[in-house]
Design a protein around this ligand. Sequence first.
Ligand code: PLP
Length: 460
Amino acid sequence: MTIVLDVAAAHAARYLESLPNRPIVAAAATSELRRRLGKPLPEDGMAAEVVIDELVRDTEGGILGSGSGRFFGWVIGGTLPVALATDWLTSAWDQNAASNATAPAEAVVEEVCGAWAKELLGIPRSASFAFVTGCQMAHTTALAAARHKLLADRGWNVETSGLSGAPALRILTTENRHESILRSARLLGLGTDAVDYVQSDNMGRMEMGALEAALRRAGDAPIVVCLQAGDLNTGVFDPFERACELSHAAKAWVHIDGAIGLWVAASERHRRLLDGAKSADSWATDAHKWLNVPFDSGLVFVAHAPAHRAAFSQDTSYSIPREGLRNQKDWNPEWSRRGRAFPVYAAMRALGRKGIAEIVERCCVHTGRLVRGIGALKGAELVAAPVINQALVRFMSRDGDHDRFTDEVIRRLQAQGVAWFGGVTWRGMRVMRVSVCNWRTTDEDIDRTIASVEEALGHG
Ligand SMILES: *Cc1c(COP(=O)(O)O)cnc(C)c1O
């Protein structure tokens, strides 16, 4: 038994040691991976160590180096060694973290860590919380609580009566909202037609005059206002204080997508970006991005704990809620689930508030230097300067087709394998998105990346 664990640990250590120098791009073609991995369903089993060895061999070139300190695509984040080690233990313990009875220590770790997270992220102590798979499920959980309360306030029990015949919910947000907000609207039966887009400024912040007008137009309808703390492209924060005032005056529920940006609460330097955010009704964030724990790990907080519980609680004969005990499944969309609070607990203990602030601040400094370095290159243009750790640049072609050239430079960069960026269409133009949220990224990584971009630019 221990042999196979040792074999896996040795492979993992070798992989992590090679990260700084291995190509980031996943060079193996899908057809090649299918050929290697797509064996017939085995009739007879084989030795565990051989399975592990062959898995490592057959996936070679198919593992994207997104854990590298020079991976700046999407918003991925890395894994702290202490969080990885705790994740291994979580699997070894294999607790079903559905309830206090099935995972007593995990339940207590959730209580402790939920309170820590609220303190760290500037969320009221009275808020309820849940450890979910990611920000997508955090939105879904929060919006289910919102749906419950907004409809209960209008005399409608959505948990028993469903949505048909219920007052129609509206969602007010901006064009910059993450796609996951739309999918939560789909999953909750609200539908994407329920979403109204409020005008935003040229960096993506919601315009307060436009919000006021939209709230007025919505009249007595149940409304959720979805704001952002750290936009995916520009990193901007909506004006929470004013937005909460206006929304609450209209009896709307305010939800904040803080997948990235809620973590700046740890930093004295950046905290003011979240001014007023504590007045929201729900908050969603990720631990697998800026806290650098392994996937999948997100957190949701709800200011109205009874609405949160009403949307999820399950009282069964074999898990009768006992006074003073928190059963995880009464707050979570899943039933059987991984004890995913353990790695979050370990990361928070290992880093402390100062360590978390330090990662956030370091990533923001790296982003600034990276974007200034790229922006200074001939043929590069800064499109959105970083507010925190996200920014946009593009590349200008002599033939005037900057969109094509920007995609071409991204392709060249990925092929060089030194650093990794992705492209995105922003305000009608192709741009390269920069996201720095890995604890591993060093000054040297930034220097090597700027040199790689210079090489990729070549001649337009
Ligand atoms: C990543 C992200 C999400 C989705 O989070 P998942 O953890 O992938 O479910 C939502 N909003 C923003 C702003 C994000 O960056």
